[in-house]
Design a binder for this molecule. Structure first.
Ligand code: LP5
Ligand code: MN
Length: 248
């Protein structure tokens, strides 16, 4: 039997939530070892200010991912809106491959588009403007050239501004825009979509002109609870971790 492929996102790992770090490490040491590949689709960390941040948690996670990849599970990392500065140094330490967003996967006879999901939230124009700025390579190089402590202080300011901004936004504008989803589907004939970011785990059907596509939304992990998607011969399914949340 071919080994399954697993997908998770939005772990938001930080020293402030040790239960989630423990749950994630248990996930890496158990179900992930039975998989041929693990796709982490962004926001693995609460935030990332550069690969030169020697915070113990960061390198503990790199080491755990390295053990996993060394024993035969291919590890793929996609950037999220909080850890888009994860670089090649971390990827190499983790034995992982960095992916572009979106990434097309062809496995078990089906096509899947993988994305963090933030790019699909096109109604959130303030966020998209922010994203366009901070995703520019020149801007990132200038940010990474600043001292580590300054970068951390800047991120704290942005997080605070983001929390205030989110309180003023209607819930709908922080979800994916259906036209943006349809446009992505149109570019990838016959593919279904897996994404995270919105923290609204569910399986949606999108009726397009020519066919019906599936959109699977990954859950966030918090206080030791989370979950992942498993792709195997039987199809896609959701597996909860320390949670009663179940959905097809
Ligand atoms: O992450 P989440 O789900 O809480 O909110 C996101 C959007 N917010 C963000 C910001 C991150 O949460 C925190 C920053 C991460 C660190 C990045 C590392 C280094 C970068 C260094 C940058 C100097 O992504 C939030 C969305 C929400 O998802 C739902 O989709 O709404 O977007 C915002 O709230 C953004 C605000 O609307 C506008 C921007 C406020 C910040 C302004 C600071 C100015 C700094 C100028 C730099 C260009
Ligand atoms: Mn996110």
């Amino acid at each position: 039997m071919p080994q399954p492929i697993l997908f998770a996102s939005d772990l938001h790992l930080s020293d402030a939530d040790p239960a989630t770090t423990a749950a994630f490490i248990e996930f890496l040491q158990k179900p992930a070892r039975e998989a041929s590949a693990l796709y982490l689709l962004g926001d693995i960390f609460e935030y990332w200010v550069g690969d030169d941040d020697n915070d113990a948690l960061n390198w503990r996670i790199a080491a755990e991912l390295r053990v996993l990849s060394d024993q035969g599970t291919a590890v793929f990392l996609m950037h999220g809106n909080r850890d888009f500065l994860l670089g090649q140094q971390f990827a190499t330490a983790a034995g992982a491959t960095l992916l572009n967003d979106p990434h097309l996967l062809d496995a078990f006879g089906r096509k899947l588009v993988l994305s963090h999901g933030d790019v699909l939230c096109t109604d959130d124009t303030a966020y998209q403007q922010f994203r366009t700025t901070v995703r520019q390579p020149a801007w990132q190089a200038a940010f990474l050239a600043r001292p580590l402590a300054e970068r951390k202080a800047e991120v704290e300011r942005i997080r605070a501004a983001s929390e205030i901004a989110k309180k003023q936004k209607a819930a709908e504008i922080m979800d994916v825009n259906l036209q943006a989803v349809a446009t992505l589907f149109a570019k990838h004939a016959g593919a279904d979509l897996i994404h995270g970011h919105t923290h609204r785990p569910a399986q949606h059907q999108h009726e397009l002109a020519e066919d019906v596509r599936e959109r699977w939304v990954l859950p966030d992990w918090y206080a030791g609870k989370g979950g992942y998607l498993k792709l195997a011969e039987a199809g896609l399914s959701f597996v909860g971790i320390n949670t009663e949340v179940t959905w097809r």
